[in-house]
Write a protein that binds this ligand. Structure first.
Ligand code: ACO
Length: 428
């Protein structure tokens, strides 16, 4: 294969080097394009733009492949524990028993948050959305750990900040839930593992014992792994972009959480349940809503359907669908929205509109049903996505910093008025 691409632009030819990835993906390196031709590329929504090389996650949307550092998502979800996957994403290799023990131990011993954090919660109006709170809470950690303000302090300081953030995230997520419910917060317990600790802080009530259900622990572990990273998606790109200005890790992750909140990204998991509930309340007619989704004059979209990169199936959705069945069966939950979800999926998968546009259920389509069966309120669903995605965001940020990538600053093609004289207010 030629190692360059030729571009004929306004009569002159330029040669652009190709960058070939380890999975034979081909990129055209246009770094010198503007200097030699004055032209830039235009790709609104970055549908064809590789923003970076990366050794973290490989995704083939046509074949439905997702691998982290070479390991398939199916194997990781089946055999690994979430902190193991977090280590893999952030450090590049699976931990040995020894490094895992140290990693797990460090994270367990950083789970407590500063007492002043609780005061911040007092400022939120009742019922404020958990994602808005999470954005502010994660950003506020930079005030409690000023060392993090300089992300260039060296490997040890960076590593401490990373471990701190991983450790405090479940505590903060659980605090948000407790505070919203008007319940006293539950402190972390160092004898519990990452997932158990989070569930305990969320569902234990101070007045009662709480028994961890292994089915729930296992499903939560799997769900967090399935969300752990997804290469250069909207929120990961946001983290990298904000981090590229050398904003601190907490601020960069907080920006990623904001990007995740939108209903076209992580916020879809809340919207899926709201949509299924609305269909149920409207008599359960899946076809009516399929027709609405197909109607170009109707803004309604089938939430949990479609994906920018998966054009065959989302491998995570396959695993989650099975998990939803298992969890609901084992917990004895009979959720009519699962039936509606299945009907909707079946109808959409045989409908030419969805087939032609390659629209399939994505990871969010079934995750909400599991979260609800576990007892999470709908507004917490996107927080759970953020909890799972945290190691991915951290690994993307760390890679960007280690590669000393320049500040992210796209160009544009200006389409506004050309220069014109200013007319004084009284003359307009
Ligand atoms: N329902 C109905 N039609 C849809 C849907 C949908 N969910 N998704 C895409 N389409 C249609 C579009 O109208 C468009 O049709 P057209 O070619 O006739 O104009 C075509 O399919 C292509 O859609 P785009 O919006 O151009 O595709 P894009 O890659 O920009 O968007 C996205 C992907 C945002 C995920 C989109 O499919 C969507 O809005 N889905 C619903 C929200 C959702 O589930 N988001 C979660 C994504 S996964 C994640 O972030 C974890």
């Amino acid at each position: 294969m030629s190692e360059t691409a030729k571009l004929n632009i306004q009569g002159s030819e330029v040669e652009l080097p190709l960058v070939i990835g380890t999975e034979q993906e081909v990129g055209i390196d246009i770094a010198a394009l503007r200097a030699s031709t004055k032209a830039v590329t235009l790709d609104v929504g970055y549908k064809n733009t590789g923003s970076t090389t990366s050794a973290i996650t490989f995704l083939d949307g046509e074949q439905g492949i997702l691998r982290h550092r070479g390991y398939s998502i199916e194997e990781l979800a089946d055999k690994a524990d979430f902190l193991e996957v977090a280590y893999l994403l952030i450090n590049g290799e699976l931990p040995t028993k020894e490094t895992y023990t140290q990693w797990d131990d460090d994270i367990r011993h950083h789970t407590l948050v500063n007492g002043d954090i609780e005061n911040i919660f007092n400022a939120w109006p009742t019922g404020s959305h958990p994602m808005g709170q999470l954005i502010a809470m994660i950003s506020s950690l930079s005030s409690f750990y000023p060392e993090s303000l300089n992300p260039n302090l060296g490997d040890d300081a960076r590593d401490r900040t990373i471990r701190r953030l991983l450790a405090k995230m479940p505590t903060i997520c659980a605090m948000i839930h407790k505070k919203r419910s008007g319940h006293p917060i539950i402190y972390p317990k160092n004898n519990l593992n990452y997932v158990e600790n989070y569930l305990n802080m969320t569902f234990k009530n101070v007045t009662e014992d709480y028994d961890l259900d292994p089915v729930v622990v296992n499903a939560m572990n799997k769900l967090l792994i399935l969300h752990a990273d997804h290469e250069q998606n909207c929120s990961a790109s946001t983290v990298r972009l904000v981090g590229s200005s050398h904003a601190n890790l907490y601020a960069s992750i907080s920006a990623g959480i904001a990007a995740l909140w939108g209903p076209l990204h992580g916020g879809a998991n809340q919207k899926v349940i709201e949509m299924l509930e609305a269909i149920k309340a409207d008599g359960g007619n899946a076809k009516k809503y399929l027709d609405k989704a197909k109607d170009k004059n109707d803004p309604f979209r089938l939430m949990g359907f479609g994906h920018r990169v998966y054009k065959n199936f989302d491998p995570r959705a396959k695993i989650i669908k099975k998990s939803a069945d298992d969890v609901l069966n084992k917990l004895g939950v009979n959720d009519p929205t699962l039936e509606i979800a299945k009907q909707l999926e079946e109808a959409a998968l045989s409908d030419p509109y969805f087939i032609e546009r390659k629209l399939f259920p994505n990871v969010d389509f079934y995750s909400g049903i599991i979260y609800r069966a576990m007892g999470f309120p709908v507004e917490m669903f996107t927080v759970l996505f953020a909890l799972g995605r945290l190691p991915g965001w951290i690994s993307q940020w760390k890679e960007m910093m280690e590669h000393r990538q320049p500040i992210g600053r796209p160009r544009q093609i200006y389409t506004g008025p050309v220069q014109r004289p200013f007319i004084n207010l009284e003359d307009r």
